[in-house]
Each structure stands twice: as C-alpha cells, then as structure tokens.
Design a protein around this ligand. Structure first.
Ligand SMILES: [Zn+2]
Length: 125
C-alpha cells in the first residue's frame, strides 16, 4: 500500500459517521462491525473507514477498510445492505453474510438471490 493510498483511506469517513443507513421501508442499520482478516479480532465501527452509496431504495453499498490495532492489519470490506434485513459481504470471489445489527430481524434467506430480485424489480419499474 502506498502513502497515497493511505492518505486516501485516512481522509474517508468512519462508518460511525456514515451510520445509520436509512431505508424507505423504515429499516435502519445503526451499527456495523467486522472482524480482522488476519487475527480475527472484532473491529468496531470507529475503526472502519470507507464510503456508502445508495444503489437503490432497497440497497446501500459500503466499501472500505477496517483497521485492526491488535495486529496492525488493514482488512478490506465491501457490503451490500438490503432493506429486508439481509446483507452480503464480499469474500474472495464470492459473497457471504457479514456481521451487522439492525432494527430488523435477520432473515436467513438466500440474500444474494433476494437482492438481485429487488434490483430486477426496480429495473422494470
Ligand atoms: Zn488483527
């Protein structure tokens, strides 16, 4: 990682500053946590920096980096949060469920398929 990369990351907002993510249907994400890719320790929202983009009214994407003060490792994170309580985080070449807390019960569904359905509906409208 170059100094330019580090400066760019340092200038980003922490996820605590970006939260809560609000959705039109009333769902709300008020906390996000992740674990370190190297040592597995929890990384709190105050140590995660990045940018949030609302993809559509049903989905917000967050892309950033989590800083682990334990082992001094930076773990990249990319998540899609949907207003039905499901969410996805990128893992290697695929997607898996991440760790979030929101004002909505977790739904154990095929989150990616559901998200694609939501996006497809939006496109047709
Ligand atoms: Zn660590």
């Amino acid at each position: 990682m170059t100094d330019t990369d580090l400066r760019k990351i340092a200038s980003m907002s922490t996820v605590s500053q970006l939260l809560p993510f609000l959705f039109k249907n009333g769902s709300r994400i008020h906390e996000i946590g992740m674990s370190c890719g190297k040592c597995g320790k929890d990384i709190p929202a105050a140590q995660i920096k990045g940018t949030a983009d609302q993809i559509n009214e049903h989905c917000t994407a967050f892309t950033g980096k989590g800083f682990c003060y334990e082992c001094r490792t930076i773990t990249p994170v990319e998540c899609h949060f949907a207003d039905d309580g499901s969410f996805l985080s990128r893992s290697g070449t695929g997607w898996r469920r991440g760790i979030i807390t929101m004002d909505y019960p977790w739904l154990l569904v095929n989150a990616w398929r559901r998200l694609r359905t939501l996006v497809a509906k939006k496109d047709k409208a």
